[in-house]
Design a protein around this ligand. Structure first.
Ligand code: NAD
Length: 505
């Protein structure tokens, strides 16, 4: 962590009770441009009192917000989606500066979050209960989907716009209040999105933000007035959050690490497939939880290695602000060093380094955290580059003889975030869709992140908890189903005998 007492750089604010406030902490970290190492801002690690103030404000606001009419809630998000659209270029520029991804990809990051905001504004059709008429004589049963209270979100560095927008819009539009803890590595675009949310009309206390690391996350897990936590990040931290917060009876959903395999059948369209592999493994410098990190080449597709390498080599590496760049820098020096160490481990473990992206020349940005597209062939399970999530622009190629072998390999991997198959055969694709044990499947689609009318449905080792972070599953996550069984008597109705049975008579 970098500690700094300099005051020349701006400070990232906390959002408590509707106001952007300066933290009183003594612990700060620099937010750094990964292409230049320029310090963009300082982010505070909030004090226990500040976390308490944020939860208390959210708790107070819940008492009125929970009863706010549906139309009023929906209109805020209608306005919010327009504000995000109007400020798209500014949001993308902030995001690229602090995170590193290219400007078009940063717009994509904002846009995939904007889609959730659009969906939230149709809450009138989403938060509907059920009703069964005459379940017994004169008795009706119906359900209410009621908000649960103060909910919290803990987000990772790699999608600082999309992932916060997966969380607070759905939580708030269903009548909850929210405490967000963004990634301390790139909190600035998240805060700009929060400013716009206030401008859209979110009342004081309904959305709060605290910054920090382990201590703040633990305080959120332990707080008795927080009822639910949505976490997105690494498997190590997500597993900790799930158990710690679960111990206090909270609802918890954790979307975690991945090792996404793409199966390449020999009948696939070669050019489209090679393009898709390159885009999905090297885009965002591989820092996507749905990035393809393993391509499983089936049968004759094993002859495509040189095409895949040529495509990887053709991509342009550079700062995300530069026109025509495909691969930006890794988020931090630590991330850079970790990826380089894993590449070195791949070499010493005996994988064939078919394209070496270490130390690429990037004129004008010599101090950036760049690693170029890197490809290993002859990768085998058991090697570190296969077993670990690299989270960098590194693609592992594994050869197998048949689709059965490919399915078996993927189903044996503990992760279950995403997978894809490239083929021109409907029968092959359908067989894959049926037998693959992974929560999100692409058919000739390399990164199958569902749109918001569906939910993000990663599975197995990539997820803890039952319900996903947006779509229909988020409505269930952020509400408590209350089931009412009602009978209304006419005054004229004759009193019956005492019913001592469980039956509704
Ligand atoms: P991370 O786990 O390091 O950080 C996530 C959050 O946890 C941050 O807000 C961070 O401040 C906090 N945190 C970090 N260390 C902590 C600790 N020791 N105790 C408590 N809290 C702590 O993840 P990251 O590096 O920011 O993000 C990359 C990871 O996120 C990758 O593993 C990626 O696969 C995963 N991810 C998963 C999804 C998904 O939907 N499955 C989406 C995006 C990212």
């Amino acid at each position: 962590m970098n500690y700094s007492t300099a005051t020349v750089v701006p400070t990232v604010k906390l959002l408590i009770d509707g106001r952007m406030v300066e933290s009183r902490t003594t612990q700060w970290r620099n937010v750094v441009n990964p292409a230049t190492q320029a310090v963009l801002a300082r982010v505070p690690f909030a004090t226990p009192e500040e976390v308490e103030a944020a939860v208390s404000s959210a708790n107070k606001a819940f008492q009125t917000w929970r009863k706010t009419p549906i139309g009023a809630r929906a209109r805020i998000f209608l306005k919010y989606q327009q504000l995000i659209r109007d400020n798209m270029s500014e949001l993308a520029a902030i995001l690229t500066a602090e995170q590193g991804k290219t400007l078009p990809d940063a717009e994509g990051d904002v846009f995939r979050g904007l889609e959730v905001v659009e969906h939230a504004s149709s809450i009138g059709n989403l938060q509907l209960g059920d009703l069964a008429n005459n379940v017994a004589n004169g008795v009706d049963t119906y359900t209410l989907l009621q908000p649960i209270g103060v909910c919290a979100g803990i987000t990772p560095f790699n999608f600082p716009a999309m992932i916060p927008l997966w969380m607070f819009p759905m939580a708030i539009v269903t009548g909850n209040t929210f405490l967000l803890k963004p990634s301390e590595q790139d909190p600035m675009v998240t805060m700009r999105l929060c400013e716009l949310a206030l401008e859209a009309g979110i009342p004081p206390g309904v959305l709060n933000v605290v910054h920090g690391g382990e201590d703040v996350v633990n305080a959120i897990c332990d707080h008795k007035n927080i009822k639910a936590i949505s976490f997105v990040g690494s498997t190590k931290v997500g597993t900790h959050v799930y158990h710690r917060a679960g111990a206090t009876g909270k609802r918890v959903q954790c979307m975690m690490g991945a090792k996404n395999h793409a199966v390449v059948m020999p009948d696939a369209n070669r050019e489209q497939t090679v393009n898709a592999l390159a885009g999905a493994s090297f885009g965002a410098a591989g820092q996507r939880c749905m990035a393809i990190s393993v391509a499983v080449l089936v049968g004759d597709a094993q002859h495509w290695v040189s095409d895949i390498v040529a495509k990887g080599r053709s991509l342009k590496i550079g700062a995300g602000t530069e026109v025509g760049v495909d691969v930006g820098p890794l988020v931090s020096c630590a991330a850079h060093d970790r990826v380089i160490a894993l590449i070195e481990k791949g070499v010493s473990d005996g994988a064939m380094l078919a394209l070496d992206g270490r130390a690429p020349p990037v004129p004008g940005f010599e101090s950036g955290n760049f690693v170029g597209p890197t490809i290993f062939s002859d990768v085998k399970p058991g090697m570190s580059i296969y077993e670990q999530e690299i989270f960098g622009p590194v693609l592992c190629l594994v050869g197998v003889r048949t689709l059965d072998e490919a399915i078996d390999l993927i189903n044996r991997n503990p992760n279950g975030n995403g997978t894809a198959i490239f083929t021109q055969s409907g029968a092959t694709a359908r067989r894959f869709q049926e037998d693959i044990d992974v929560g999100q499947v692409g058919i000739n689609v390399p990164i199958p992140v569902p749109v918001p009318m569906f939910s993000f449905t990663g599975s197995r080792g990539s997820k803890l908890g039952d319900l996903g972070p947006y779509g229909r599953q988020a409505i269930m996550f952020y509400t408590q189903t209350k089931t009412i069984t009602a009978r209304w008597f006419d005054d004229s109705e004759l009193a019956q005998r005492v019913n001592t049975t469980i039956n509704l008579k």
